[in-house]
Design a protein around this ligand. Structure first.
Ligand code: TXA
Ligand code: MG
Length: 331
């Protein structure tokens, strides 16, 4: 199959909707990462999503809705906690898990009695969702275990020949996937951290949430799998580690390896004469460019070194991804 990349426009959106109606799946931009979209009511299309990205069969999908969609079509109850979070953060990089009416394809929730729903904020994604007569289920548009794609080229890299169309909406603003929050109880549970942090959530809900580190994996099947890994080796030097990242670099260099250090612009001078990849100027840039940096560096180097962030606020969310990318290789 030939995979076309088309700049997102009213013409390409029309073509995308036509493909989705025909139970085909497409690459689509969102503000977080690119998604692999399908008609959430079509067994054929949803199953194909799993096949195309080689996804574990017990890992459920997020359903994406437009701002004018009535979620009570899909969920049994929207409690006070959910209402507060929706008012504060939708449209935006937040996914809520509700009790499901079980009327979408049975392959969306993979046997769970819940459904994950997100209302993206990227204007061109909203246009697509408004033009589409049904909500769109979409996992991140990478091959399973690879870093999530934050531009159309990265989707093409993983899925060329497997899908007919990728809508190109430019680089994603956020860069990591949405915060996933279980709101089936009044006390929310963060199943996957994201740019909307634990502190943001507590402030809005007025109750202290539980986060995923304290609960059993079964609540969020996706969190247990190998994830976000570059093709080369990766080591994270923990933020409070005594290990000097330059020594690690030099040791690998001596072994004949080609290491690279991911760093901020202001840290450039600390790594004179060493291979570096500049992530940007602040934590938002680190988050935005992290996955694309892994994809770029794996092509040129055989070891990626990253100085970890303190696990608070957005730093905690980035470290959730970074620790999986390096397969727990944190020193
Ligand atoms: O930002 C995002 O969330 C992106 C864009 C495309 O929207 N999507 C995304 O999808 O990251 P995916 O499939 O890569 O991750 C979905 C996560 C997985 O960890 C999955 O286990 C969890 O959401 N999930 C989906 N449905 C769930 C449910 N009913 N209960 C608990 N967790 C659920
Ligand atoms: Mg994913």
């Amino acid at each position: 199959m030939k995979t076309l990349i088309k700049k997102i426009s009213s013409g390409s959106i029309k073509q995308a909707v036509k493909l989705l109606k025909n139970e085909e799946i497409i690459g689509m931009p969102t503000e977080t990462v690119y998604g692999l979209g399908a008609n959430c009511f079509s067994d054929k299309a949803v199953l194909n999503t799993f096949k195309v990205k080689n996804r574990q069969p017990d890992n459920p999908l997020i359903v994406h809705i437009s701002p004018d969609y009535d979620i009570t079509n899909l969920v049994t109850e929207v409690n006070e906690t959910a209402k507060k979070l929706i008012n504060a953060f939708w449209p935006g990089p937040m996914t809520l898990v509700f009790k499901s009416k079980q009327n979408v394809s049975k392959y969306v929730s993979r046997g769970l009695d819940t459904i994950a729903i997100r209302m993206p904020s990227k204007p061109c994604t909203i246009k697509l969702l408004k033009a589409c007569p049904f909500p769109i289920s979409a996992p991140s548009a990478n091959t399973s275990s690879r870093p999530s794609p934050t531009d159309a080229k990265s989707v093409y890299e993983d899925l060329n020949g497997k899908i007919p169309l990728i809508l190109d909406g430019g680089k994603c603003d956020v860069g990591i996937e949405s915060t996933v929050i279980d709101v089936t109880t009044l006390v929310p549970i963060i199943l996957r951290p994201g740019i909307i942090t634990q502190e943001d959530i507590d402030r809005v809900v007025g109750l202290k949430n539980y986060d995923v580190e304290n609960i059993h994996y079964n609540r969020s099947p996706g969190t247990k799998y190998k994830h976000y890994a570059p093709k080369c080796d990766m080591i994270v030097v923990d933020y409070n580690s005594k290990v000097n990242i330059c020594n690690v670099y030099d040791n690998y260099k001596k072994e004949g390896k080609k290491p690279v250090i991911l760093c901020l612009k202001e840290e450039k001078k600390l790594y004179k004469g060493k291979n570096k990849f500049i992530l940007g100027k602040d934590i938002d840039d680190i988050i935005k460019n992290f996955f694309s940096a892994l994809r770029k560096c794996e092509k040129k180097y055989d070891l990626i070194l990253f100085k970890g962030l303190e696990r608070v606020g957005k730093g905690k969310s980035l470290m959730n991804r970074a620790s999986k990318s390096c397969g727990g290789n944190i020193i």
